[in-house]
Ligand binder design. Structure first.
Ligand code: COA
Length: 384
């Protein structure tokens, strides 16, 4: 049975920061951000957006008739808004899904959307008629004036998983690996992550190599069997580092194909920043929209979550995939640019750990789904 991704939707906020402005404010050469890190813009998160509103916005792009058939909703996130209640329950409500639906939240840093897709595949093997909605939704927060600040961002990627999918069919062999490593974590008492940044980039590459080499051993397949690889992109340079670990200074047709696909996959991440769980899938969306890809092309996908877990798997593109994916260029072009001062103000206004009642002014947020505040320790969401 063919199982895979049937639709892809993407949402981010309507605000962005030009990283040249951030570089000037932080006294850094802009080329460090633009070239050294590979980021040019960053989504700025107003207090009226969180992982629930972003996840809902991404999935609300799907036809209502298809949403009405969803049997399981999985929200993957590492920036959850509650230590007990799953964000998927709020998303289910805002999307107006049927009450007879299974909802759950998954966590393992930036990796868990990939686990969600695998679990969805298992559910469809059990019942091919099921329609599983998997959403990776996150806000990447490292803190003002930290080393990770330039790699912040936020947004959500929603994927419908079905039998006979119309975007990408999952391959049969997956390689997942886990090791207990402290490269990035966020204790319960913090809203910003703690990260050993350089260490995390090395662990990422080690996991990519270990998963890919094991995949090769298991299947006998080589680079020549794929159109290219897609990588989790915490910042776009990370994908370049990972691919370079495999290609080295190889300069043949295969290598140039891989570099072209990587470049196409980096376009949206360069403008939005890190989506944590959604980043690999924003890369997929970017490659589908901007790469020279066609039906039958095979892609390798490397998912990585600090802590640490990696997974390498593959997919084959389906004819007409472009009709079932989001095309976010126009939305990204129409976002409002904010100054560094406004970004800092919005950063500090986020609900975070605040326990008091609060009402946010939602009139400036053009999004359909907004966080209007908090009453009696309960988040208040609104559909405009
Ligand atoms: N022009 C061009 N490139 C420049 C430059 C300039 N003026 N100044 C510096 N650079 C390059 C550096 O050579 C380096 O390149 P390299 O990584 O290829 O060696 C790159 O910019 C980053 O510089 P560095 O000094 O290493 O940056 P940093 O100490 O600020 O750390 C991160 C960068 C990514 C580690 C940091 O932003 C971080 O911790 N991010 C979050 C962690 C993360 O996302 N981890 C990923 C795994 S999930």
């Amino acid at each position: 049975m063919k199982i895979g991704i049937d639709r892809v939707g993407f949402a981010t906020t309507s605000l962005f920061l030009d990283l040249k402005d951030l570089a000037v404010a932080r006294g850094v050469d802009p080329n460090k951000y633009l070239i050294g890190i590979g980021q040019s813009e960053q989504a700025v998160i107003p207090p009226t957006q969180d992982i629930v509103t972003l996840a809902t916005q991404a999935a609300a792009k799907f036809p209502k008739a298809e949403l009405a058939q969803v049997s399981t909703l999985i929200v993957a996130t590492e920036s959850g808004i509650d230590n007990s209640k799953a964000s998927a329950v709020y998303v289910k409500h805002l999307l107006g899904l049927d009450d007879f639906v299974r909802t759950v939240e998954l966590k393992e840093a930036c990796y868990s959307a990939t686990a969600g897709l695998q679990f969805a595949k298992g559910l469809i093997v059990l019942n091919p008629n099921e329609r599983i909605l998997v959403i990776g939704s996150d806000i990447a927060r490292y803190g003002l004036e930290t080393g990770g600040e330039v790699t912040q961002g936020g947004g959500a990627v929603a994927m419908m998983v079905t039998a006979n999918p119309r975007v990408m069919v999952f391959g049969d062999t997956n390689v997942a690996m886990t090791k207990d490593i402290m490269d990035f974590w966020r204790p319960l008492y913090r809203t910003e992550a703690l990260v050993d940044g350089k260490f995390s980039t090395q662990v990422y590459i080690d996991f990519f190599q270990a998963c890919w080499q094991r995949y090769r051993q298991l299947t006998g397949r080589t680079l020549a069997d794929f159109e290219g690889f897609l990588f989790h992109l915490p910042f776009t340079k990370m994908g370049r580092k990972a691919l370079a670990s495999e290609l080295g200074d190889r300069e043949d047709e295969v290598a140039s194909r891989y570099w072209n696909i990587l470049a196409a996959s980096q376009i949206y991440s360069r403008r939005v920043g890190n989506l944590y769980t959604g980043s690999l899938y924003l890369g997929l969306l970017s490659a589908l929209n901007n790469g020279q890809l066609e039906a039958g092309n095979q892609l390798g996908l490397f998912s990585y979550g600090s802590g640490a877990e990696g997974e390498f798997y593959t997919g084959t593109l389906v004819a007409g995939f472009e009709n079932f994916i989001d095309h976010p260029d126009k939305f990204l072009d129409q976002r409002r640019q904010v100054s560094v001062a406004e970004y800092e103000q919005l950063f500090n206004q986020q609900l975070g750990m605040k326990s008091e009642d609060i009402t946010f002014d939602v009139s400036n947020d053009p999004a359909e789904f907004v966080l209007a505040g908090q009453t009696d320790h309960k988040r208040v969401y609104q559909r405009k």
